[in-house]
Design a protein around this ligand. Structure first.
Ligand code: BDR
Ligand code: CA
Length: 322
Protein backbone atom coordinates (compact mmCIF):
# COMPACT_ATOMS: atom_id res chain seq x y z
CA UNK A 1 0.00 0.00 0.00
CA UNK A 2 1.24 3.46 -0.93
CA UNK A 3 1.21 5.45 2.32
CA UNK A 4 0.05 9.06 2.14
CA UNK A 5 2.40 11.62 3.66
CA UNK A 6 0.76 13.96 6.14
CA UNK A 7 1.68 16.77 8.46
CA UNK A 8 -0.57 16.97 11.49
CA UNK A 9 -0.94 20.56 12.60
CA UNK A 10 -2.58 20.66 16.02
CA UNK A 11 -3.00 22.05 19.55
CA UNK A 12 -3.05 19.02 21.87
CA UNK A 13 -5.51 18.97 23.56
CA UNK A 14 -7.41 15.84 24.52
CA UNK A 15 -9.10 15.13 21.20
CA UNK A 16 -5.97 16.16 19.26
CA UNK A 17 -4.12 13.48 21.21
CA UNK A 18 -6.75 10.90 20.24
CA UNK A 19 -6.40 12.01 16.63
CA UNK A 20 -2.62 11.52 16.78
CA UNK A 21 -3.14 8.03 18.21
CA UNK A 22 -5.51 7.21 15.36
CA UNK A 23 -3.13 8.56 12.72
CA UNK A 24 -0.16 6.64 14.06
CA UNK A 25 -2.13 3.44 14.14
CA UNK A 26 -3.27 3.83 10.55
CA UNK A 27 -1.19 1.98 7.94
CA UNK A 28 -2.44 4.31 5.19
CA UNK A 29 -0.57 7.27 6.70
CA UNK A 30 3.05 8.32 6.88
CA UNK A 31 3.06 11.10 9.48
CA UNK A 32 6.13 13.14 8.49
CA UNK A 33 5.85 15.62 11.34
CA UNK A 34 3.62 17.26 13.88
CA UNK A 35 3.43 21.04 14.10
CA UNK A 36 1.82 22.76 17.04
CA UNK A 37 0.24 26.17 17.49
CA UNK A 38 -1.49 27.75 20.44
CA UNK A 39 -5.13 26.90 20.87
CA UNK A 40 -6.41 24.55 23.52
CA UNK A 41 -3.21 25.31 25.42
CA UNK A 42 -0.17 27.52 24.72
CA UNK A 43 1.89 26.01 21.91
CA UNK A 44 4.89 25.04 24.08
CA UNK A 45 2.66 22.95 26.29
CA UNK A 46 0.79 21.51 23.32
CA UNK A 47 4.07 20.41 21.76
CA UNK A 48 5.01 18.53 24.93
CA UNK A 49 1.61 16.89 24.87
CA UNK A 50 2.21 15.82 21.29
CA UNK A 51 5.32 13.97 22.49
CA UNK A 52 3.17 12.14 25.04
CA UNK A 53 0.83 10.90 22.30
CA UNK A 54 3.85 9.82 20.23
CA UNK A 55 5.27 7.94 23.21
CA UNK A 56 1.96 6.07 23.59
CA UNK A 57 2.50 4.75 20.06
CA UNK A 58 6.26 4.16 20.41
CA UNK A 59 6.74 6.78 17.68
CA UNK A 60 9.02 9.33 19.28
CA UNK A 61 11.06 9.31 16.07
CA UNK A 62 8.40 11.48 14.42
CA UNK A 63 9.50 15.13 14.76
CA UNK A 64 7.40 17.62 16.70
CA UNK A 65 7.77 21.32 15.84
CA UNK A 66 6.77 24.36 17.82
CA UNK A 67 4.77 26.75 15.69
CA UNK A 68 3.08 30.05 16.32
CA UNK A 69 2.48 31.00 19.94
CA UNK A 70 -0.12 33.68 19.24
CA UNK A 71 -3.00 34.10 16.80
CA UNK A 72 -2.42 36.55 13.95
CA UNK A 73 -4.24 39.48 15.53
CA UNK A 74 -6.35 38.44 18.49
CA UNK A 75 -5.07 37.87 21.97
CA UNK A 76 -4.68 34.20 22.75
CA UNK A 77 -7.64 32.60 24.52
CA UNK A 78 -6.99 28.95 25.41
CA UNK A 79 -9.47 26.19 26.32
CA UNK A 80 -7.87 25.01 29.53
CA UNK A 81 -11.33 24.99 31.14
CA UNK A 82 -12.20 22.22 28.68
CA UNK A 83 -8.92 20.34 28.32
CA UNK A 84 -7.40 20.97 31.76
CA UNK A 85 -4.54 23.19 32.85
CA UNK A 86 -2.08 20.72 31.32
CA UNK A 87 -4.20 20.19 28.20
CA UNK A 88 -4.47 16.49 28.97
CA UNK A 89 -7.25 16.38 31.54
CA UNK A 90 -5.10 17.45 34.49
CA UNK A 91 -3.14 14.24 34.73
CA UNK A 92 0.11 16.19 34.81
CA UNK A 93 2.10 13.40 33.16
CA UNK A 94 5.86 13.40 33.52
CA UNK A 95 7.62 15.29 30.77
CA UNK A 96 8.93 13.11 27.94
CA UNK A 97 12.73 13.21 28.03
CA UNK A 98 13.49 10.82 25.16
CA UNK A 99 12.68 13.36 22.44
CA UNK A 100 12.79 17.09 21.94
CA UNK A 101 10.50 19.74 20.55
CA UNK A 102 12.08 21.40 17.51
CA UNK A 103 11.75 25.10 16.76
CA UNK A 104 10.37 26.40 13.47
CA UNK A 105 6.97 24.80 12.81
CA UNK A 106 6.10 27.22 10.02
CA UNK A 107 9.40 26.62 8.19
CA UNK A 108 9.00 22.87 8.62
CA UNK A 109 5.65 23.07 6.82
CA UNK A 110 7.15 25.11 3.98
CA UNK A 111 10.31 22.99 3.65
CA UNK A 112 8.35 19.76 3.68
CA UNK A 113 6.02 21.02 0.95
CA UNK A 114 9.04 22.02 -1.13
CA UNK A 115 11.04 18.82 -0.61
CA UNK A 116 8.37 16.14 -0.60
CA UNK A 117 5.80 15.35 -3.22
CA UNK A 118 2.15 14.82 -2.37
CA UNK A 119 2.12 15.92 1.22
CA UNK A 120 -1.24 16.63 2.80
CA UNK A 121 -2.04 18.59 5.93
CA UNK A 122 -4.58 17.63 8.55
CA UNK A 123 -5.16 20.72 10.70
CA UNK A 124 -6.77 20.09 14.07
CA UNK A 125 -6.30 23.46 15.70
CA UNK A 126 -6.48 27.17 14.86
CA UNK A 127 -5.07 27.87 11.40
CA UNK A 128 -2.30 30.20 12.56
CA UNK A 129 0.64 28.04 11.45
CA UNK A 130 -0.90 27.44 8.05
CA UNK A 131 -1.74 31.13 7.54
CA UNK A 132 1.82 32.12 8.47
CA UNK A 133 3.32 29.50 6.16
CA UNK A 134 1.06 30.65 3.30
CA UNK A 135 2.05 34.29 3.90
CA UNK A 136 5.71 33.35 3.84
CA UNK A 137 5.71 31.06 0.82
CA UNK A 138 2.46 30.66 -1.07
CA UNK A 139 4.36 29.00 -3.90
CA UNK A 140 5.29 26.04 -1.69
CA UNK A 141 1.60 25.21 -1.29
CA UNK A 142 1.34 24.40 -5.00
CA UNK A 143 2.76 21.01 -4.00
CA UNK A 144 0.14 20.43 -1.31
CA UNK A 145 -1.93 17.35 -1.94
CA UNK A 146 -5.00 17.79 0.29
CA UNK A 147 -5.97 19.99 3.20
CA UNK A 148 -8.40 18.92 5.91
CA UNK A 149 -9.38 21.32 8.68
CA UNK A 150 -11.33 20.45 11.79
CA UNK A 151 -13.16 23.68 12.33
CA UNK A 152 -16.20 25.77 11.62
CA UNK A 153 -19.90 25.17 11.84
CA UNK A 154 -22.48 25.32 9.06
CA UNK A 155 -26.03 24.60 10.24
CA UNK A 156 -25.21 23.91 13.85
CA UNK A 157 -24.56 26.22 16.80
CA UNK A 158 -21.02 27.05 17.81
CA UNK A 159 -19.07 26.03 20.89
CA UNK A 160 -17.56 29.44 21.70
CA UNK A 161 -20.46 31.67 20.74
CA UNK A 162 -23.86 30.95 19.24
CA UNK A 163 -22.18 30.82 15.84
CA UNK A 164 -18.44 30.18 16.24
CA UNK A 165 -16.43 27.00 16.58
CA UNK A 166 -13.30 27.14 18.78
CA UNK A 167 -10.50 26.72 16.20
CA UNK A 168 -11.79 29.48 13.93
CA UNK A 169 -12.82 31.67 16.87
CA UNK A 170 -9.31 31.57 18.42
CA UNK A 171 -7.72 32.85 15.23
CA UNK A 172 -10.43 34.13 12.89
CA UNK A 173 -7.92 36.15 10.85
CA UNK A 174 -5.74 33.08 10.35
CA UNK A 175 -8.72 30.95 9.36
CA UNK A 176 -10.10 33.51 6.92
CA UNK A 177 -6.65 34.01 5.40
CA UNK A 178 -6.32 30.30 4.73
CA UNK A 179 -9.80 30.03 3.18
CA UNK A 180 -9.04 33.00 0.93
CA UNK A 181 -5.50 32.06 -0.07
CA UNK A 182 -5.09 28.31 -0.22
CA UNK A 183 -5.20 27.09 -3.78
CA UNK A 184 -6.68 23.74 -2.75
CA UNK A 185 -10.25 23.21 -1.58
CA UNK A 186 -10.43 22.87 2.18
CA UNK A 187 -12.23 19.85 3.54
CA UNK A 188 -14.14 21.49 6.38
CA UNK A 189 -14.78 18.94 9.09
CA UNK A 190 -16.91 21.15 11.31
CA UNK A 191 -19.15 20.76 14.31
CA UNK A 192 -22.03 19.61 12.06
CA UNK A 193 -20.28 16.26 11.83
CA UNK A 194 -17.91 16.16 14.81
CA UNK A 195 -20.67 16.78 17.41
CA UNK A 196 -22.02 13.34 16.51
CA UNK A 197 -18.79 11.66 17.59
CA UNK A 198 -19.31 10.91 21.24
CA UNK A 199 -17.07 8.73 23.36
CA UNK A 200 -19.72 7.33 25.70
CA UNK A 201 -19.25 5.82 29.18
CA UNK A 202 -20.24 2.47 27.60
CA UNK A 203 -17.36 2.67 25.16
CA UNK A 204 -14.95 3.74 27.89
CA UNK A 205 -16.10 0.84 30.08
CA UNK A 206 -15.71 -1.50 27.11
CA UNK A 207 -12.17 -0.48 26.13
CA UNK A 208 -11.05 -0.98 29.69
CA UNK A 209 -11.75 -4.69 29.16
CA UNK A 210 -9.31 -4.64 26.23
CA UNK A 211 -5.76 -3.26 26.14
CA UNK A 212 -4.95 -1.83 29.57
CA UNK A 213 -2.32 0.81 28.71
CA UNK A 214 -4.16 2.37 25.80
CA UNK A 215 -7.50 2.23 27.64
CA UNK A 216 -5.99 3.77 30.77
CA UNK A 217 -4.53 6.66 28.80
CA UNK A 218 -7.82 7.35 27.00
CA UNK A 219 -9.84 7.04 30.21
CA UNK A 220 -7.47 9.32 32.14
CA UNK A 221 -7.31 12.09 29.57
CA UNK A 222 -11.04 12.09 28.79
CA UNK A 223 -12.29 12.11 32.42
CA UNK A 224 -11.96 15.89 32.77
CA UNK A 225 -13.52 16.35 29.32
CA UNK A 226 -16.48 14.14 30.30
CA UNK A 227 -17.08 16.26 33.41
CA UNK A 228 -16.89 19.42 31.29
CA UNK A 229 -19.44 18.05 28.81
CA UNK A 230 -21.86 17.25 31.60
CA UNK A 231 -21.51 20.65 33.23
CA UNK A 232 -21.60 22.60 29.98
CA UNK A 233 -24.00 20.72 27.73
CA UNK A 234 -25.56 17.96 29.84
CA UNK A 235 -23.95 15.43 27.51
CA UNK A 236 -22.94 12.09 28.99
CA UNK A 237 -19.57 11.20 27.52
CA UNK A 238 -17.44 13.55 25.46
CA UNK A 239 -17.40 14.81 21.90
CA UNK A 240 -14.11 13.91 20.24
CA UNK A 241 -13.85 16.22 17.27
CA UNK A 242 -10.33 15.88 15.94
CA UNK A 243 -10.03 12.13 15.25
CA UNK A 244 -12.92 12.45 12.80
CA UNK A 245 -10.76 14.63 10.55
CA UNK A 246 -8.10 11.89 10.46
CA UNK A 247 -10.67 9.13 9.87
CA UNK A 248 -12.28 11.11 7.04
CA UNK A 249 -8.89 11.72 5.44
CA UNK A 250 -8.34 7.97 5.39
CA UNK A 251 -11.85 6.90 4.39
CA UNK A 252 -14.02 9.35 2.44
CA UNK A 253 -17.12 7.24 2.97
CA UNK A 254 -17.23 8.33 6.64
CA UNK A 255 -18.42 11.89 5.85
CA UNK A 256 -20.13 13.57 2.95
CA UNK A 257 -21.09 17.13 2.12
CA UNK A 258 -21.03 19.68 -0.65
CA UNK A 259 -18.73 22.23 -2.28
CA UNK A 260 -19.16 25.86 -1.39
CA UNK A 261 -17.46 29.19 -0.97
CA UNK A 262 -16.60 29.72 2.71
CA UNK A 263 -15.23 32.70 4.58
CA UNK A 264 -14.64 33.33 8.25
CA UNK A 265 -15.90 36.40 10.11
CA UNK A 266 -12.90 38.25 11.55
CA UNK A 267 -14.51 40.35 14.26
CA UNK A 268 -17.74 41.60 15.80
CA UNK A 269 -20.53 39.54 17.32
CA UNK A 270 -20.12 36.75 14.78
CA UNK A 271 -16.31 36.55 15.12
CA UNK A 272 -15.06 33.13 14.06
CA UNK A 273 -18.26 32.11 12.29
CA UNK A 274 -17.76 30.16 9.10
CA UNK A 275 -20.06 31.69 6.51
CA UNK A 276 -20.96 28.96 4.04
CA UNK A 277 -22.48 30.36 0.86
CA UNK A 278 -24.59 27.27 0.19
CA UNK A 279 -27.07 29.24 -1.95
CA UNK A 280 -24.30 30.81 -4.05
CA UNK A 281 -25.25 34.41 -3.27
CA UNK A 282 -21.69 35.59 -3.85
CA UNK A 283 -21.18 33.74 -7.15
CA UNK A 284 -17.65 32.94 -6.03
CA UNK A 285 -15.78 29.80 -6.90
CA UNK A 286 -16.05 27.21 -4.14
CA UNK A 287 -13.01 26.97 -1.88
CA UNK A 288 -14.26 24.24 0.44
CA UNK A 289 -15.97 20.92 0.79
CA UNK A 290 -18.29 21.35 3.75
CA UNK A 291 -19.02 18.05 5.48
CA UNK A 292 -22.58 17.70 6.76
CA UNK A 293 -23.22 13.96 7.09
CA UNK A 294 -21.28 11.42 9.08
CA UNK A 295 -21.49 7.70 9.63
CA UNK A 296 -20.63 7.85 13.32
CA UNK A 297 -20.67 4.09 13.83
CA UNK A 298 -18.26 3.57 10.96
CA UNK A 299 -15.97 6.12 12.55
CA UNK A 300 -16.15 4.49 15.99
CA UNK A 301 -15.45 1.01 14.64
CA UNK A 302 -12.43 2.34 12.78
CA UNK A 303 -11.18 4.26 15.80
CA UNK A 304 -11.50 1.37 18.23
CA UNK A 305 -10.20 -1.33 15.90
CA UNK A 306 -7.09 0.68 15.16
CA UNK A 307 -6.31 1.69 18.72
CA UNK A 308 -7.10 -1.78 20.04
CA UNK A 309 -5.46 -4.05 17.48
CA UNK A 310 -6.02 -7.74 18.06
CA UNK A 311 -9.48 -7.14 19.54
CA UNK A 312 -11.30 -6.61 16.23
CA UNK A 313 -13.66 -9.57 16.57
CA UNK A 314 -14.71 -8.62 20.13
CA UNK A 315 -15.27 -5.05 18.93
CA UNK A 316 -17.49 -6.41 16.16
CA UNK A 317 -19.42 -8.71 18.44
CA UNK A 318 -20.32 -6.49 21.41
CA UNK A 319 -23.90 -5.47 20.84
CA UNK A 320 -25.12 -2.04 21.77
CA UNK A 321 -21.78 -0.59 22.86
CA UNK A 322 -21.07 1.45 19.75
C1 BDR B 1 -11.99 21.99 18.40
O1 BDR B 1 -11.61 22.83 19.47
C2 BDR B 1 -10.71 22.18 20.30
O2 BDR B 1 -11.02 22.35 21.64
C3 BDR B 1 -10.69 20.74 19.91
O3 BDR B 1 -9.39 20.22 20.07
C4 BDR B 1 -11.12 20.76 18.48
O4 BDR B 1 -10.03 20.90 17.61
C5 BDR B 1 -13.47 21.75 18.46
O5 BDR B 1 -14.18 22.94 18.38
CA1 CA C 1 -7.73 20.63 18.36
Amino acid sequence: MQKRKVIIDCDPGIDDSLAILLALNSPELDVVGITVCSGNVPAKLGAKNALKALQMCSSLDIPVYLGEEYPLKRELVTAQDTHGEDGLGENFYEEIKEAIVNEGGVDFIIDTLIKEENVSIIALGPLTNIAKALMKDKEAFKNLDEFVSMGGAFRIHGNCSPVAEFNYWVDPHGADYVYKNLSKKIHMVGLDVTRKIVLTPNIIEFINRLDKDMAAFITEITRFYVDFHWEQEKVIGCVINDPLAVAYFIDRSICSGFESFVEVVEDGVAMGQSIVDSFDFYKKESNAIVLTEVDEKKFMYMFLKRLFKGYESIIDSVEGVI
